[in-house]
Ligand binder design. Structure first.
Ligand SMILES: Cc1ncc(COP(=O)(O)O)c(C=O)c1O
Length: 389
């Protein structure tokens, strides 16, 4: 019998190796440590992720957060950053040079695509975007000897399209990276599918309280060490205060995620019958085109649904103005139910044609289901969504 503790148990036990008998993790709110002479300083300055030197290099509170994420993802190690974008930018720039090629998913967080299209292209790193829901699309776009990195995001922001993790994990040659923010480690563990790196905007469900901005990647130490060496110079290092909130969030992650995912499914099913709703996108729905993949791949559903309003942008505006329980705001995974209009918020940098191509219709609103009573959330959304006529 496999007696490995489950994810819910590990969420409570992980990342405690340096906290002694204290139940709560200590906050190392220092930027620097006192050294003892030149030889000692030199040793610390040259050490890989050297402890007790300078917080941009390593910090014990941040290290505890990294240890917890590595445990949950089944990774050898993890590396935290100041944000999800800090993690993404540092990783791409650590692994890719001028002349290299990246394959990335078209349905992706707009900050990620903007980074690849803008600064990366300017630095001579070319990206090919592919439909991540199309079987074989990532592998077909790989240019042997030139493609350095494959970037997938599943479930994707904002429509929760899924990518087959086995397919990404089977790609040989380039490094493979999966942004698993919408799943959290409770929903899936991409490394178990052969993927090289998993990335999270821990700002979302992992921290879980809308009070921290934090990113993290996890994978083999051999791959993380050069990313760390670049990251020290890039400077998007995680704050120990945010890492503390990350650890606090991890302790309750499994319970929050399961509760919010159950509520998301309940609300997604109920909203389909609303006369003002053209479509609800949620892979937990039995008629979702990727439901079979969701069943195979996700150990817990996501906590976000995407609702396409029949009346387009006018209905979206009216809905956001009329919320009483939910709140208009970007971000997700926190205790408050948040509603955002994708075309004018998270994906505002994406042109109208590309928005249409990736299913971001004028009426698409993303709803992050919070911890309020699911029936109160549902009643609020039902009332706020305008009915036709
Ligand atoms: C899927 C995904 N990845 C990355 C990011 C960037 O994370 P952060 O805002 O922590 O930089 C976001 C932000 O919304 C996201 O939704």
């Amino acid at each position: 019998m496999d007696d490995t503790p489950t994810l819910a148990t590990r969420a409570v036990t992980a990342g405690r190796s340096a906290q002694g008998s204290s139940l709560a993790p200590p906050l190392w709110g220092t930027s620097t440590w006192q050294t003892e002479g030149l030889d000692d300083t030199r040793k610390r300055a040259l050490g890989m992720r050297a402890a007790d030197f300078y917080s941009r290099y390593a910090n014990p509170t941040v290290r505890a957060f990294e240890e917890a994420i590595a445990d949950l993802e089944g990774a050898e190690d993890a590396l935290a950053f100041a944000s999800g974008m800090g993690a993404l930018a540092s990783t791409v720039l650590a692994l890719c040079s001028a002349g290299d090629h990246v394959v990335a998913q078209r349905q992706i967080y707009a900050g990620t695509s903007a980074f690849l299209i803008g600064p990366c292209a300017r630095l001579g790193i070319e990206t090919t975007f592919v439909d991540g829901t199309e079987p074989g699309a990532f592998a077909a776009a790989v240019r042997p000897g030139r493609t350095m990195l494959v970037v997938a995001e599943t479930p994707s922001n904002p429509r929760l399209d899924l990518v087959d993790l086995d397919e990404v994990g089977a790609i040989t040659g380039p490094f493979t990276l999966v942004d698993s923010t919408f799943a959290t480690p409770i929903g899936q563990q991409p490394l178990r599918h052969g993927v090289d790196l998993v990335l999270h905007s821990a700002t979302k469900g992992i921290c879980g309280h809308n009070d921290a901005t934090l990113g993290v990647i996890a994978g083999a130490a051999e791959l993380l060490d050069p990313i760390w060496a670049y990251g020290v110079l890039h400077g998007a290092s995680a704050s120990p205060y945010d890492a503390l909130n990350g650890l606090r969030g991890i302790r309750t992650l499994a319970v929050r995620q399961r509760h919010q995912a159950d509520a998301a499914l309940h609300i997604a099913e109920a909203l389909r019958d609303h006369p003002g709703v053209a479509a609800v996108h949620f892979p937990g729905l039995s008629d979702h085109p990727q439901h079979d993949l969701a069943v195979r791949q996700l150990s817990c559903l996501p906590t976000v649904i995407a609702v396409d309003l029949a009346g387009g942008v006018d209905d979206a505006r009216a809905m956001l103005d009329d919320l009483r329980v939910a709140r208009p705001a970007t971000s997700l995974g926190g205790p408050e139910t948040l509603v955002c209009h994708s075309a004018t918020s998270t994906h505002v940098s994406v042109g109208p044609d590309e928005q249409a191509a990736i299913g971001i219709t004028p009426g698409l609103v993303r709803v992050s289901i919070g911890l309020e009573d699911p029936d109160d959330i549902l009643a609020d959304l039902r009332r706020a969504i305008p009915a036709p006529g």
